[in-house]
Design a protein around this ligand. Structure first.
Ligand SMILES: [Zn+2]
Length: 164
């Protein structure tokens, strides 16, 4: 059975790195309740892939129970209580280097979004990945579609910029 605890300021620098990433790329989220949760062991799916972290929106009673007084003050962006919760597996986090930790948190924060399309105040929501793919499909067919090409191009640009 996994166990959980709220991330406070224990060793592991999760909140420090999160603050850095939020300041750089996700500053809007500071106006919304967001909490970080440690899970002791990563979930390993039947397919064999390991879930390093997850992001979700908690709503209603669940969110209310998890909120701290300061979260209640931030709340009010929508009708009922809601909060973003990012859960990070402690065992896999400990194996990541700084760059990977930054990338992981940036990834989870990219899932956090606001629905501004529907009427009323912006509603906290989850955003899907730009694409999902099997490694073997990329191996057999390459970047066969626009979003996959954009991803490969972005990774190549990243490598290019960091060449000595
Ligand atoms: Zn994801």
């Amino acid at each position: 059975m996994p166990s959980w605890k709220w991330a406070t300021d224990e060793p592991g620098d999760l909140l420090d790195i999160a603050a850095r990433v939020i300041e750089m790329h996700h500053a809007w989220i500071l106006d919304y309740p967001l909490r970080f949760l440690w899970r002791d062991e990563a979930r390993v799916k039947k397919s064999g892939t390991t879930t390093f972290a997850t992001a979700e929106v908690m709503r209603g009673r669940t969110a209310w129970l998890a909120m701290r007084p300061e979260d209640h003050r931030k709340e009010g962006q929508e009708a009922g209580p809601a909060m973003f919760v990012i859960e990070v597996a402690m065992d896999t986090w400990s194996l990541l280097d700084d760059r990977q930790r930054v990338a992981l948190l940036d990834h989870e924060l990219c899932h956090c979004a606001l629905d501004t399309e529907t009427d009323g105040p912006p509603k906290m929501m989850m955003r899907d990945h730009d694409f999902e793919e099997f490694v073997e499909i990329m191996a057999r067919h390459g970047a066969w579609e626009e979003n996959r090409r954009a991803a490969v191009d972005a990774a190549n640009r990243y490598d290019e910029l960091r060449k000595p």
